[in-house]
Design a protein around this ligand. Sequence first.
Ligand code: GRF
Length: 221
Amino acid sequence: MVHPEGNQSPPGLVQHHPDPPARIVVLVSGSGTNLQALIDAEQADPAFGGTIVAVGADRTGIRGLERAEQAGIPTFALRVKDFASREDWDRALRDKVAEYTPDLVVSAGFMKLLGPDFLAAFGGRVINTHPALSPSFPGMHGPADALEYGVKITGCTVFFVTAGVDDGPIIAQSAVAVRDEDDAELLHERIKTAERALLVDVVGRLARHGWTIDNRKVILP
Ligand code: GRF
């Protein structure tokens, strides 16, 4: 739950300390291997600190939703094309997620930008994972862009979502070496291995200990 003082924080300062277990909504669009890592972590360790209360998607028929169903987690799918406008979709997503009263929303391979109404409701409580070392290579093609640029080190970034593209306050990063034989797919798969471990670690820490965002600086107790 939000600490009372959180609501009176000056702009740029967000504090949140979930009551255990932290309620987590995960948003997915595809294979859901990051989601699976979170499901496995919750199931493996009673002290993980968080519980996935729902999994949402922007499309149907994806492995990510199947993984949630197999784990007995409630799911929902809201497709942009079923709404009159992108703004209507954003508000519907906000309202659906709000039904689950999350402490934390985890965008794990969710391939839509979250809009202003969604972020107004959950700002400072939404995290995302990006397969590059921010601020380098934002956007949909992080591994391919890193490869094309010729960097020798890339990786993944877990960050709090703001209105920009992959540029919110950084929570944690992991480095991955680029190999001569890499193509974008090979590199992305190696990044995803690091990404899953990083996401599980970050979500567990946030769930157990809460967090403070002071402008761009994220402080985990
Ligand atoms: C991850 O690399 C994520 O950062 C990117 O898409 C991938 C999703 O993988 N946006 P998965 O659906 O969790 O397997």
